[in-house]
Design a protein around this ligand. Structure first.
Ligand SMILES: [Zn+2]
Length: 181
């Protein structure tokens, strides 16, 4: 099954999706690495290989249930916004960012949600960087569950998010005022 994730197939997916007119676009966040922006771009263009996406491409994936919660079919919206495990992660992240308003109903919300937070421009950009980092860490935890049968607990996920988010936001921003509790 791993072969479907080859660079070549990824490239062809990217090329295909870049031809979609009106595909969702936004200004990339310079505080996180390019690969994270690319990942988010694929997320909002429905281009990450979730179980349902693969099934839609006639890949025999067998069980399409989300590997984090086991409760629903896995598509990008479920995995990154409505999964029970993910919801708990977002709740912690909201608290870390000192904001109560990080509620996403679809993956597109993940791109814009920071703009609704009452904060300085810099802090909003930092929050977007943390949101991107969180989505990336959820996807990695999911990959470890799918490919290595490893369960990444919520605490471990939060540790990873904090470590990466702190590193990236600190390095990328001249005056980060994001507070991590
Ligand atoms: Zn789930």
């Amino acid at each position: 099954m791993k072969s479907i994730f080859s660079v070549a197939s990824m490239k062809s997916l990217l090329i295909k999706s870049s031809k979609i007119p009106n595909s969702f676009s936004w200004k990339w966040n310079g505080w996180v690495p390019k690969k994270i922006n690319t990942f988010m771009w694929k997320v909002v263009n429905n281009n990450i290989p979730t179980m349902l996406a693969l099934k839609g491409r006639q890949v025999n994936v067998g069980d399409t249930l989300c590997k984090l919660c086991g409760e629903a079919d896995e598509d990008a919206d479920h995995l990154l916004t409505s999964c029970l495990i993910t919801t708990i992660v977002w709740q912690f992240i909201s608290e870390c960012c000192n904001t109560s308003s990080l509620f996403a109903f679809s993956t597109k919300d993940l791109i814009n949600i920071h703009s609704h937070v009452k904060a300085s421009k810099n802090k909003r950009k930092g929050i977007q960087a943390v949101i991107f980092t969180t989505a990336w860490c959820i996807w990695n935890a999911r990959n470890e569950a799918v490919f290595q049968n490893k369960v990444i607990g919520i605490n471990k996920m939060l540790e990873n998010i904090k470590a990466l988010g702190y590193l990236w936001v600190k390095n990328g921003s001249p005056c980060s005022n994001l507070e991590w509790k």
